[in-house]
Design a protein around this ligand. Structure first.
Ligand code: NFS
Ligand code: SF4
Length: 635
């Protein structure tokens, strides 16, 4: 199998072969064949009478020692994956909320409220009195309200209940899946999946959906608070792929998820003293910050920081030999980076007490002195730059232009240029006329199990040709950006005639001198909620619920437990949701049946598992055709 279809990644894979530095793909080969029980979800280690396995062919044992069946094991495994994803997004959101509180109390001077309008809008939505109150008071109340969302309350999570349609809330209440605390739901999930608690697969799956809705709340909170502290993104032109790493500059990569650190580093990079220091060290180009994974998306859309690469290829940034420091916070950071950094002069710096890597240097992040720490980290990069070995430098000359930063607000204001009184109308009219056949949100990761980006690119070509507007977040947006799908030229090359007309009309009206790109970059993985916001606005405007819109979601190359959580809330939100990798659930017919069929009866959304990207695109087009018919539109 090809490892990637990205030329820059392939160049670095070849280099790793020459230098005998194993990468993620080599380690994957050494894991093969991966365990068939695990692949099917048919193993359990939840107690010390195990590990237990169930024979998927019906010959060996059909029950664990405690009597747990295949259905129980598979459902429990999925439930715990969603709980882990929810804990991750929740941890990120809680970190933002604490910092907002510190900011409001004057303890974090480097984090002023940068978007007051958003602060007021989110506060009002959350039932906080704004009026003529000061920014600080509102921010403090909002931060406390956010922190309150983590423990169990007797009311639904505000960040879930106030951000979806009324119809969704009624559906969630009806099926008993309304979460009342983000951390409490994760804790409940650990309880119900431990030895001898919940054995009913359907009950477990409903619990899983409740947990996924807490994940949605956490994601939405993380996005809202990031916008309040750092500004709501507006489209900005930057570049993507390894070629953004520069020979003539001190290169600092920010990798991980939370903008709290990466945004500080992006700001500190223009500090004059530091730039002079970099020049003195022999870098005429000064300081060049580049992004990896979702924190890369955060600074890409707010500060035009170019994106170096995405999750599965994160190691290749170091392989260029020109990365002076890689600073990481948490999530999706491969422990292998430390060993690879040792083969070069690159300084790997961990920053979070909960996310350390042996052999990396550690500068523990403290929100009270974040600006100073960002400067310290950059200084470390400058010292490392002095150790660069010119013979080891090899930067693939591959980049693509990328227009990033389509927040829901930015999309609405672009549409408002076409129709100021009723911004959504042009989009809704285009959907009705079929110029926009449907909308597909691409999310999730890159995996070793698929040639990197292959599924994304095959699917987007097919969908754009059929006039489907594509939204992207996370490493999905990285894939599209690296391959040039976030540039206006891509619209001319790939979009069908209807879509081209719409994107050109909006782009020209918004003063872009050309069409909008066929793929709109909505941000990081927590920013999937931005796409949900757009869908909710359209549904409310049309007076129908989300499960009737020609909108779908796809994670063609998913990896993480966070992706499982997001996919699960997308289903609960009523979206047909495609997965390009078979998740570890096929050991249970009951569970696969609920995920792909019963969910549809309950929520309108359901999973479509299809490894073939063209068949997957066709399956999504079919769901759109069906829903268009349901709305009385031409299919
Ligand atoms: Ni999302 Fe973003 Fe990427 Fe996957 Fe990881 S960085 S939070 S989980 S790998 S898309
Ligand atoms: Fe085996 Fe049951 Fe223990 Fe799981 S919980 S390891 S199935 S005995």
């Amino acid at each position: 199998m090809e490892k990637s279809i990205d030329k820059a990644t392939l160049g670095m894979i070849a280099k790793s072969g020459r230098q005998k530095i194993p990468l993620v793909w080599d380690r994957y080969e050494r894991q093969k064949p991966q365990c068939g029980f695990g692949e099917a979800g048919l193993c359990c280690r939840h107690c010390m009478q195990g590990p237990c396995r169930i024979d998927p062919f019906g010959e060996g044992p059909q029950e664990g020692v405690c009597g747990a069946t295949a259905d129980t094991m598979v459902a429990r495994g999925l439930a715990r994956a969603v709980a882990a994803g929810t804990a991750s997004h929740g941890g990120h959101a809680k970190h933002m909320a604490r910092t907002l509180l510190m900011s409001a109390e004057g303890r974090a001077p480097d984090y002023p409220v940068r978007d007051e309008a958003k602060l007021r809008a989110v506060a009002e939505r959350s039932g906080i009195n704004t009026g003529s109150r000061s920014t600080r008071k509102i921010a403090a109340d909002l931060a406390k309200k956010a922190l309150d969302e983590f423990s169990e309350k007797d009311s639904p999570l505000a960040w879930a209940a106030t951000t979806v349609t009324g119809g969704r809330v009624r559906t969630f209440l009806k099926h008993g899946v309304v979460p009342t605390g983000i951390d409490s739901v994760v804790s409940e999930m650990m309880h119900r999946t431990t030895y001898g608690v919940d054995a009913d697969p359907v009950n477990l799956l409903l619990g899983t959906i409740k947990c996924a809705l807490a994940d949605y709340a956490g994601c939405h909170m993380a996005t809202d608070l990031a916008d309040i502290l750092f500004g709501t993104p507006q489209p900005a032109l930057t570049r993507a792929n390894l070629g953004v790493i520069r020979k003539d500059a001190v290169n600092i990569a920010v990798h991980g998820h939370n903008p709290l650190l990466s945004d500080m580093i992006a700001q500190a990079a223009s500090d004059e003293d530091l730039v002079n220091k970099a020049r003195e060290a022999g870098a005429p180009g000064g300081i060049n910050v580049v992004g990896i994974c979702c924190t890369g998306n955060e600074v890409m859309m707010r500060r035009k920081i170019p994106l170096a690469t995405s999750s599965v290829s994160q190691e290749t940034a170091i392989l260029t030999g020109a990365l002076d420091a890689m600073v990481v916070d948490y999530q999706c950071i491969m422990p292998s980076l430390a060993g690879i950094a040792e083969c070069f002069h690159t300084k790997l710096i961990t920053t979070m007490p909960i996310a350390r890597i042996p052999k990396a240097s550690h500068i523990e992040f403290n929100e009270e002195k974040a600006g100073m720490q960002a400067r310290q980290i950059i200084s470390e990069g400058i010292s490392a730059f002095r150790q660069r070995d010119p013979k080891k430098i090899d930067i693939p000359g591959v980049t693509a232009p990328a227009l990033a930063g389509f927040s829901a607000e930015a999309i609405i204001s672009a549409l408002a240029v076409v129709n100021g009184e009723d911004p959504l109308k042009p989009l809704i009219d285009s959907i009705a006329a079929g110029n926009v056949y449907g909308v597909c949100l691409f999310a999730g990761c890159n995996t070793v199990k698929v040639a990197q980006d292959f599924n994304y690119i095959e699917m987007v070509k097919r969908l754009a040709k059929k006039n489907v507007l594509v939204l992207a977040t996370g490493c999905a947006s990285g894939a599209f950006a690296r391959h040039g799908f976030m540039s206006p030229e891509a619209t001319n090359q790939y979009a069908g005639d209807g879509l081209k007309t719409v994107l050109t009309a909006i782009g020209e009206a918004a003063g872009l001198n050309g069409p909008l790109p066929p793929v709109l970059h909505m941000g990081s993985c927590v920013d999937n909620t931005r796409a949900a916001d757009v869908a909710v606005a359209i549904a409310n405007k049309l007076g129908v619920d989300l499960d009737r819109l020609p909108v779908a979601a796809s994670a063609p190359e998913p990896v993480t437990e966070k992706a499982v959580a997001i996919g699960t809330w997308a289903v609960a939100a009523g979206l047909p949701t495609h997965l390009g990798i078979v998740p570890p659930v096929i050991g249970s017919k009951t569970v696969t049946g609920v995920l792909t069929k019963t969910a549809r009866d309950l929520f309108g959304g359901y999973f479509i598992v299809e490894p073939d990207p063209l068949k997957a695109a066709d399956a999504l087009l079919e769901t759109m055709a069906e829903r268009r018919k349901g709305l009385g539109l031409s299919a």
